[in-house]
Design a protein around this ligand. Structure first.
Ligand code: SAH
Length: 346
């Protein structure tokens, strides 16, 4: 298996069966994970030194037209307490974040019809004119190509849209009819052609996932070559069809982070909130496995509990933007430091 890992490191992606075997082996064996993490860490340091970029995550709405089986803010969840920020509140989050040292803001939310192109363009222009030194990332799901073009023209820099799984049959197990992998991938290609720094990614341990589907995810990443990756464990939410499904494993997530870093040395790769929610030291372990970004929560305090994608989602302690000193201390403990910069892809 070490030989297969070296092959990936040298730039050749093995066929799906071999790659699936490598993923299964790394999930089971700590020494293989440690070897992958060491290779990944060396690549991270070569690309980014000891710097970790921070992104202020602002959860703008938990209204959603979609009904993804895994997600706590899916349309059918009657127990979700719905909210939507006003532009003024979002601007106040950005001002607070800027004072703390954030130079990237991420607006994330469900697919909420309130956020027309006109509304979003107005928000984007307001945020960019208040903070011209900052990058603005959007994570608002699938929209038309024309819509993405309008948001880019208004000044948005980056767009995160996880592909969720690169296997069409698996995609259909995670989403209701009407949501297709084909449409997701079309959006990703549109975003990149329009000029966005584009991010894709997947959950680890989602129901029905196998080493083979994960191998397809890696193949997709190595072909699409995204500027950003989003990879975190699946965690069940009690008010979804997947309530009784087991969570993904921390170890498998770490191994995949390492493989992604080895495949795409310059990719911007967060140690996700989901990883931090599953293990107290998940964020640090993610960075030691090859991640180079953390995205603390910059949403208004009173809505954080409401943007509940999965149960026990962290939004306090080092996960909260206002506790940056706590995060800084944890990062120092693993030989890293927070960089105050936009942290663009290169
Ligand atoms: N509506 C936007 C933002 C979705 S939330 C979009 O469609 O892109 C961001 C990510 O959270 C999703 O892409 C998904 O991968 C992840 N997520 C949703 N539910 C989750 C769960 N139960 N466990 C772990 N991650 C989850």
């Amino acid at each position: 298996m070490k030989t297969l890992l070296e092959e990936v490191h040298n730039g050749t992606l093995p066929g799906t069966p071999a790659l699936a075997r490598l993923i299964a082996a790394g999930t089971a064996a700590a020494d293989l994970r440690a070897r992958a993490a060491a290779l990944a860490r060396a690549e991270t340091e070569r690309s980014f030194g000891d710097g970790v970029f921070i992104r202020g995550l602002i959860e703008v709405t938990n209204h959603c037209r979609n009904d993804c089986y895994y997600c706590g803010i899916r349309r059918s969840n009657r127990a979700a307490d719905r909210y939507r920020l006003t532009k003024e509140r979002a601007l106040a989050c950005c001002a607070e974040g800027h004072a703390l040292g954030f130079r990237t803001f991420v607006l994330q939310g469900g697919e909420d019809a309130h956020f027309t192109d006109g509304v979003l363009a107005d928000w984007i222009r307001a945020i960019k004119s208040a903070h011209p030194d900052c990058a603005l990332t959007l994570s608002l799901g699938e929209r038309s190509r024309e819509s993405y073009a309008a948001l880019f023209a208004a000044g948005a820099d980056r767009y995160l849209l996880r592909h969720e799984t690169a296997d069409g049959a698996h995609y259909a197990k995670l989403h209701p009819a009407g949501l297709t992998l084909e449409s997701r991938l079309r959006s990703l290609r549109d975003l990149r052609e329009i000029g966005f720094q584009t991010g894709c990614g997947f959950m680890v341990g989602s129901p029905g996932q196998t080493p083979e589907t994960l191998a397809e995810d890696l193949r997709f990443l190595s072909e699409f070559r995204p500027a950003m990756g989003g990879i975190g464990p699946f965690i069940p939410h009690a008010d979804t069809p997947f309530a009784d499904e087991p969570a993904g494993s921390v170890e498998q997530t770490l191994f995949l982070l390492s493989l992604v870093r080895i495949l795409l040395p310059g990719v911007l790769l967060p140690a996700t909130t989901a990883l931090g929610s599953l293990a107290a030291d998940g964020r640090e372990r993610g960075i030691l496995a090859g991640a180079n970004i953390v995205m603390p929560n910059l949403s208004p305090r009173d809505v954080r509990e409401k943007y509940m994608l999965y149960n026990n989602k962290l939004s306090s302690a080092a996960e909260a933007a206002e506790n940056l000193a706590d995060l800084e201390r944890r990062l120092q403990g693993i030989g890293r430091r927070i960089v105050v910069s936009r942290g663009d892809a290169h």
